[in-house]
Design a protein around this ligand. Structure first.
Ligand SMILES: [Fe+2]
Ligand SMILES: [Fe+2]
Length: 286
């Protein structure tokens, strides 16, 4: 108990030490849900963040969009891309700064952690398209940020425990949260909650971060959290080299993918996930 309290205090100091999220990010989230009426303000807002603005140009001028003439006006670029893309770019730019780091304690290389986050984001959107069509963008952001608490937990993991986490990393669906609970008395969901609060994330995003391993704990956001929980599992499956044909469907049949879709639909979503990841590697920065 005393040990756990010390770990928790250390974790909260680390939470405090992480930089704040830019105000521009929050403003973009707000403006992209207001449609045409907020377009001028959105363009101004994008122009304030160099990272986001340059990604907007890079995206619109990429082969992916197939526009022959180089676009150099932010107004045109934002108009052509639309709210959804601008929102994704803002979420991806902001998150990649945070999530593209080595989490050494867990033995997870930076690229792999980023890939997991992006795969969960894409899976979240694909699942939400069928179950919660109004929340596709929220599911994308939640998938991207669901494991954010690991950034802080990582700093608590010392050498003897690193071996335990390294072994977990080899499993198809690693139960990091239970091992964290056993070792420290709290997990990356708990710490994720404090980070989400520090960064003023929306209520549903905070709930998904805090409960993605405990989807039945939050009744108010239960359906959304189950989408993120399933997206997390699909992301792990997408990372695996040892996946057997039909394995996704059988996990669904065993009740490990907690969403109200048939195993055929889940297989379809997984197929689309792999396709979308392959098609959008540069856009998603993976
Ligand atoms: Fe997690
Ligand atoms: Fe995860």
């Amino acid at each position: 108990m005393e040990e756990s309290r010390k770990y928790f205090e250390r974790a909260l100091v680390e939470v405090d030490a992480l930089p704040p999220i830019s105000k521009v990010f929050h403003k973009i989230m707000e403006l992209t849900s207001e449609g045409e009426a907020a377009r001028a303000e959105l363009i101004h807002c994008v122009s304030l963040d160099q990272g986001i603005a340059s990604k907007v140009f890079q995206t619109i001028n990429s082969a992916y969009f197939g526009i022959r003439q180089e676009i150099s006006s932010l107004e045109v670029a934002v108009g052509l891309l639309g709210d959804k893309e601008i929102r994704d770019i803002a979420v991806i730019c902001t998150s990649s700064g945070l999530l593209r780091s080595n989490i050494r304690g867990y033995g997870i290389p930076a690229d792999q952690f980023w890939f997991h986050s992006v795969a969960a984001a894409v899976a979240g959107r694909l699942i939400a398209a069928r179950l919660l069509p109004d929340m596709q963008e929220a599911a994308f952001a939640a998938g991207l940020l669901h494991d954010i608490g690991k950034l802080v937990m990582d700093r608590l993991i010392e050498e003897p425990e690193q071996e335990v986490f390294k072994e977990l990393a080899e499993e198809i669906s690693p139960g990091y949260h239970s091992t964290e609970m056993d070792l420290y008395g709290f997990d990356h969901c708990t710490i994720g909650f404090f980070l989400a609060r520090k960064w003023n994330f929306s209520e549903e995003l905070t709930a998904a971060i805090a409960f993605h391993h405990y989807p039945d704990f939050d009744v108010a956001h239960g359906k959304f959290i189950r989408v993120v929980c399933a997206a997390d599992l699909m992301a792990h499956l997408a990372e695996s080299d040892e996946l057997e044909p039909g394995q996704v469907a059988s996990l669904k049949e065993e009740g490990k993918i907690p969403i109200e879709l048939s195993h055929v639909e889940v297989e379809e979503i997984f197929h689309n996930l792999i396709e979308e990841i392959d098609e959008s590697r540069s856009y998603l920065r993976i």
